[in-house]
Design a protein around this ligand. Structure first.
Ligand SMILES: C[S@@+](CC[C@H](N)C(=O)[O-])C[C@H]1O[C@@H](n2cnc3c(N)ncnc32)[C@H](O)[C@@H]1O
Length: 197
């Protein structure tokens, strides 16, 4: 994952913006729903928030309050730092968060949880519960053209190829997996749920 995301960093936002290899994709309703998702993130009450696996900070920029943005990829963080001048930016492993217990009111994570296999996601949720009160997860909604769990072949603009594990979620399934919570966004592209441990 590390080499994939370091390589992908400069072109990562093309996924959101429909540029590069994503220009050819037929994604009905994508931009309207992305606006709704960004609004839902912006509507979260201001809080001391840790954004785990923040990537380029595309969603992080909508979080309100005192923001710490964490990722393992220096290439991602270089972009996030420019985008989030007010935030504290930290390079670290999401599965071993370098913070004391309950250091944050909220742990937020976008499009990361769905890349974790079972043992990794259990470890991530345990870490998120340890350092924060609320856990907010944004991820991909179930799609008619994808299995709920699959290994994907990802091709970057330079032609390099990577195998990536990826899951797609129904809001209720994700809430069940987290042991409770509420859906803050349910769409055909994205889900966002909030859960307290
Ligand atoms: C699909 S991107 C999501 C970026 C952003 N959160 C978003 O919603 O657009 C996944 C991110 O997870 C980061 N990542 C993967 N494994 C990680 C780990 N073990 N610890 C910290 N970050 C990790 C990658 O570097 C990448 O930036």
């Amino acid at each position: 994952m590390k080499r994939y995301y370091d390589t992908r960093a400069p072109e990562y936002d093309e996924w959101y913006l429909g540029l590069g290899v994503f220009a050819q994709r037929d994604r009905p309703g994508w931009f309207q729903e992305l606006d709704e998702l960004e609004a839902a993130v912006a509507e979260l009450p201001a809080a001391q928030t840790l954004d785990v696996a923040c990537g380029t900070g595309y969603l992080t920029r909508h979080l309100r309050g005192e923001i710490t943005a964490l990722d393992q990829s220096e290439q991602m963080l270089a972009i996030a730092r420019r985008r989030l001048p007010e935030a504290t930016v930290v390079r670290a492993d999401a599965l071993a968060l370098p913070f004391p217990d309950k250091a944050f009111e909220r742990v937020f994570t976008g499009h990361f949880y769905g890349h974790l296999e079972r043992s990794q996601r259990e470890r991530f949720v345990a870490e998120a519960r340890r350092v924060g009160d609320e856990l907010v997860i944004v991820d991909s909604a179930v799609r008619p053209d994808h299995a709920r769990e699959e290994w994907q072949q990802r091709v970057l603009n330079d032609g390099s190829q990577f195998q990536v594990y990826k899951r797609f979620f129904e809001g209720d399934d994700l809430i069940g997996e987290l042991g409770g919570g509420v859906a803050l966004h349910r769409g055909s592209w994205f889900v966002m749920v909030s859960s307290h441990g």
